[in-house]
Write a protein that binds this ligand. Structure first.
Ligand SMILES: [Zn+2]
Ligand SMILES: [Zn+2]
Length: 184
């Protein structure tokens, strides 16, 4: 009598239709599969094969989702900003999720730079504001206040200069200062 090659001590009565192993014991199969087999006499699939198939189906579904996400055929998508149709690696994934509103990397970079520019110009606005306050302090003759704004200005200016182009300092101040200098 030949021994089963199974690790189990007993030979079973079940065959797997997929991997074609024979005489498997019941523990190689799920309860549900065995029940169905008893009822219908249909083919059985062992746990290992069932798991493999499930895994395969999962990864197939995942790749299908990915294609659907790209929202395009042939691995290309059209940029909503520059209207160019480009290979998918020209797009960030979060952009592709926007489907027809997706923008290519270049356009995204450009818009980030535009935002930076806007920020810089608002910084310029802040500079102007501080200069105005300095003038006000000058008019009031408040030296303390004036120094306070001055230190704020130089801090902001340093940031401004390193971030962007140098700016002309104290244009209005010079003119005004001279004029008032004689008065005091
Ligand atoms: Zn199998
Ligand atoms: Zn673009």
């Amino acid at each position: 009598m030949s021994r089963p090659v199974d690790t189990d001590r007993w030979a079973g009565n079940f065959d797997c239709i997929v991997c074609r192993r024979k005489r498997l014991v019941a523990s190689e199969f799920s309860k549900r599969a065995l029940e169905r087999h008893r009822k219908t006499g249909g083919p059985l699939k062992c746990n290992k094969c069932a798991a493999e198939q499930e895994e395969r189906e999962r990864s197939e579904a995942a790749s299908k989702r990915k294609t659907a996400l790209a929202g395009c055929v042939g691995g290309e998508s059209t940029c909503s900003s520059c209207k160019q149709t480009l290979p998918l690696d020209n797009f960030n994934r979060n952009q592709l999720a926007k489907k027809d509103k997706a923008r290519c990397r270049l356009c995204v970079e450009k818009s980030i730079k535009d935002e930076e520019r806007t920020r810089e110009s608002s910084k310029q606005g802040k500079l102007d504001e501080i200069k105005r306050k300095m003038k006000e302090a000058d008019t009031k003759g408040d030296v303390k206040e004036r120094l306070r704004w001055e230190s704020q200005l130089s801090a902001l200016e340093a940031e401004f200069v390193t971030g962007l182009k140098p700016i002309v300092m104290g244009r209005g101040r010079g003119r005004r200062g001279r004029g008032r200098g004689g008065r005091r």
